[in-house]
Design a protein around this ligand. Structure first.
Ligand SMILES: Cc1ncc(COP(=O)(O)O)c(C=O)c1O
Length: 346
């Protein structure tokens, strides 16, 4: 199978499995797992933040941040296609009692400008509006096709938000992809954010785990909320060992995923009926519209599956994501199958 549904499907390498088997472990709820502690220290160092916490999933990291930055009745401003709004099961409402105020980014790139954010803020409007408690950003932006936000853009939003007393959380599930694409460090890309979540389990190739970063005080409270969420795990040094390898070794190979994603995008652009903006493909996510082929996206995905290729359809669009278990040869095979699948039958 060539699995292009997501970069979450990566399998740990042999070296990662060996590191996991040999990991020193302890009870992490007591803070006694040496490998987890090393991973957290290393992550804080790489991002130049005060502290870090290993959490089982990106969703949990994001939702702990929403919980800690807000109080019930607050509003959270987020781009309309953001993961926290669309794919985290309504947790902000269920757990934090907050409303999400969504805004569509004007140029469609997924990254709101301060002017766009400002239109959605509620400040000093007692008795009739929910006050804005948090702004959530996403870099790279998954459902905007892996688009990236520069350090300068992010810093500007944070500075303006802070001037109004509003914190900023970064859903950096794929922040390392953004870092490689922009040639800016993850520390710079998140410098002024109050909290950051990034995933070890996506392009970085670990089997599980995310890291939440912030101030010492924030992370100390996050530890309490991780336990409340049911995320206090025990001898998870076996996961952290894979996470450490992912953090230290995987970023250097992400450019390969970006190169083959670009190659895929160029190949797709040559297929009649497929609408894709090749220039917008800068990381490992390729989203394209197949309406022009006259075939439903779902039918095209079914036909790809017969050729042992998996992709995700939504509406008239298809998403393909490259990762460490996909090769250039796999992309050639995918393009050949796409040509067959997209042809209108007489
Ligand atoms: C942008 C983004 N944020 C957060 C998550 C959530 O991560 P997890 O699946 O580990 O909960 C995902 C997962 O795909 C994602 O794409």
């Amino acid at each position: 199978m060539i699995d292009l549904r997501s970069d979450t499907v990566t399998k740990p390498t042999e070296a990662m499995r060996r590191a996991m088997a040999a990991a020193e472990v302890g009870d992490d709820v007591y803070g006694e797992d040496p490998t987890v502690n090393r991973l957290q220290e290393r992550a804080a160092e790489v991002f130049e933040k005060e502290a870090a916490l290993f959490v089982p999933t990106g969703s949990m990291g994001n939702q702990i941040a929403v919980k800690l930055h807000t109080k019930p009745g607050d509003e959270v401003v987020i781009e309309e296609r953001g993961h926290i709004f669309n794919y985290e099961m309504g947790t902000p409402a269920v757990v934090s009692g907050v409303m999400l105020r969504t805004v569509r980014s004007g140029n469609g790139c997924g990254h709101l400008t301060w002017d766009e954010i400002e239109t959605a803020l509620h400040i000093d409007q007692p008795y009739y509006s929910c006050p804005t408690g948090l702004i959530c950003l996403e870099n790279s932006h998954n459902f905007a096709g892996g688009s990236v936000m520069t350090a300068e853009h992010c810093s500007e939003i944070c500075e303006r938000a802070h001037a109004l007393g509003i914190p900023v959380h970064m859903d950096g599930a794929r922040i390392f992809n953004a870092s490689i694409a922009l040639n800016e460090s993850v520390a710079d890309l998140t410098r002024k954010c109050d909290s950051v979540q990034f995933c070890l389990s996506k392009g970085l190739g670990a089997p599980a785990g995310s890291i939440l970063l912030g101030s010492k005080e924030f992370i100390s409270e996050a530890r309490t909320w991780r336990k409340r969420f049911g995320g206090g795990m025990r001898q998870i040094g076996i996961l952290a060992a894979a996470g450490l390898m992912a953090l230290d070794e995987s970023p250097d190979r992400l450019h390969v995923d970006h190169d083959i994603a670009k190659r895929l995008a160029f190949g797709l652009a040559d297929i009649p009926g497929i609408d894709i903006d090749v220039e917008s493909v800068v990381t490992n996510i390729v989203i394209f519209d197949v309406a022009g082929t006259g075939k439903p996206a779902e039918a095209i995905c079914d036909s790809l599956r017969n050729d042992e290729i998996m992709a995700i359809s939504f509406g008239s669009r298809i998403r393909m994501v490259t990762h460490c278990d996909v090769s250039g040869t796999d992309i050639d095979k995918t393009l050949n199958s796409m040509k067959k699948a997209a042809v209108q039958q007489p």
